[in-house]
Design a protein around this ligand. Structure first.
Ligand SMILES: NC(=O)c1ccc[n+]([C@@H]2O[C@H](COP(=O)([O-])OP(=O)(O)OC[C@H]3O[C@@H](n4cnc5c(N)ncnc54)[C@H](O)[C@@H]3O)[C@@H](O)[C@H]2O)c1
Length: 435
């Protein structure tokens, strides 16, 4: 690909966030504070990471923005949808992630971000009871109302481009159904027939976004765009999509730590991961049907890094368990424990314990920024469909499971994929093989 084929990031980039909760408001507040020079966007690859371009004596290490044209933080305009009517300032205060002193300087800007009524179905998140909800008669109407919202936002905010990011609650688990989710035609028919069992509200957001020419990112583990019908729509509309589930705390550690075990050919007997979490996300995930969606996402990480078929002696029968416990006193300050039972020389057992005292939304906010800026870049570069180079940011990266493709979960392989995509879009040679 030639650098000249990437359209420059001119004009305003609208970021429409589904959900105006802890993650969304921490993301928005951080961007608004950073562009006033009052905070640093730490943890963001697009703002800090450097990629080597060229080789030997010609090699240089450049920030992403010096290799490709990225939207400037000053050009971002936020909008959102939520089930609760509070504006982004009120919601940021409610979330208690950030100190008041880190919110007040941008209070005026946050107060202007008022959520549009949500496309919502209580069956998909029973613990939520807000009334800022669209009066939709059926799923197709949901799509049409969301399309109107996107068009109005684009016009009123004078946006050159709009990206839609899902940072709303995890929906109940929707298993992939071949009769509904495999072909676009069937998906559309199910929306028109108001099939509420197979069409989650998140699918209506994604469908509306793609039809309106907006890239879509799924930050929760919801099935949404991880179905062939949506891949077809992304291809048809020439829009990039990415998902699922922000890779932030425990899974980030897992996908970075598991390679240590694999690289040294140590055996694995079991990996037990547990968490305590007390925010609204934790409350929603306390319902078994919603936790199931998260569990499937979190469990998928290890099996593609420590592979039984490649190393039967080491990885054929390990026990992998993930729990999330709702514990209100901790709010957003999640604590995770990992107990890893490994085997060494002559099968002698050893244990590793990891205790991560993290802040969920503080880890998720830079991931939101990077995903939005990079999927906007992908769209300007003419890339469409699933963006595998964004797997680095995701717990359960999308891949074509209908053709037996495996997801890449290994953090360092994902980093190579990310760097290569930046090189390629910048007109440089991608030069690191993924083994
Ligand atoms: N924080 C992390 O580290 C992390 C990591 C991976 C994934 N996630 C996911 O990100 C999402 C957001 O997390 P959070 O901590 O901000 O949760 P939160 O509960 O604070 O915010 C989610 C918001 O989404 C709203 N919402 C729910 N359904 C909606 C709909 N259909 N339309 C519009 N709004 C809707 C809720 O009212 C709520 O305000 C969750 O799905 C979570 O699982 C978070």
């Amino acid at each position: 690909m030639n650098k000249l084929t990437v359209k420059p990031a001119e004009g305003k980039l609208g970021i429409l966030v589904v959900g105006n909760g802890a993650v969304a408001t921490t993301f928005m507040t951080g961007v608004l504070m950073a562009r006033r020079g009052l905070a640093k966007p730490i943890g963001s690859m697009t703002q800090y990471d450097k990629v080597r371009v060229g080789r030997g004596a010609d090699k240089r290490y450049l920030h992403y923005g010096d290799i490709v044209s990225l939207a400037n933080l000053n050009d971002i305009v936020f909008g959102c949808w939520d089930v609760y009517p509070q504006n982004a300032y009120q919601s940021a205060v409610y979330a208690e992630v950030l100190k008041r002193e880190d919110i007040e300087p941008v209070r005026d800007e946050l107060e202007k971000i008022v959520p549009m009524p949500a496309a919502f179905d209580k069956n998909y998140a029973k613990r939520l009871d807000g009334d800022n909800v669209k009066p939709c008669k059926n799923r197709w109407q949901m799509v049409e109302m969301l399309r109107d919202d996107i068009r109005r936002f684009r016009k009123e905010q004078n946006c050159d481009r709009v990206v839609v990011l899902w940072a709303a609650s995890t929906e109940i688990y929707v298993p992939v159904n071949k009769d509904v989710h495999y072909r676009l035609q069937d998906l559309e028919q199910a929306m028109q027939a108001d099939d509420r069992e197979h069409i989650a509200p998140s699918m209506c957001y994604a469908y509306a976004a793609l039809i309106e020419g907006c890239p879509f990112v799924m930050g929760a583990p919801n099935t949404t765009v991880d179905i062939p019908a949506m891949w077809e729509l992304a291809e048809k509309t020439k829009m990039p999509i990415a998902g699922k589930d922000f890779k932030t705390g425990q899974t980030l550690v897992k996908s970075g730590f598991a390679p240590i075990i694999g690289t040294r050919c140590l055996g694995l007997e079991g990996w037990f991961s547990t968490n305590i979490l007390g925010n609204r996300d934790g409350l929603v995930l306390d319902v078994p049907e919603n936790f199931r969606t998260k569990e499937v996402s979190k469990l998928s990480t290890l099996e593609t890094i420590l592979k039984a078929d490649e190393q039967p002696d080491l990885y054929s029968d390990y026990y992998h368990k993930v729990r999330i416990n709702y514990y209100p006193p901790r709010n957003d300050n999640k604590e995770s424990w990992d107990n890893i039972d490994i085997r060494g020389w002559m099968n002698y057992p050893m244990q590793i314990k990891i205790n991560f005292l993290c802040r969920d939304s503080i880890l998720a906010a830079p991931v939101c920024l990077d995903l939005c800026l990079l999927i906007d870049l992908a769209a300007r570069a003419g890339r469409f469909g699933t963006q595998r180079f964004l797997s680095f940011f995701l717990k359960s990266p999308m891949h074509d499971y209908t053709r037996g493709e495996e997801a890449v979960n290994h953090l360092y392989q994902q980093h190579t994929m990310l760097k290569n995509a930046i090189r390629e879009m910048g007109g440089f040679e991608p030069d690191e093989e993924i083994d």
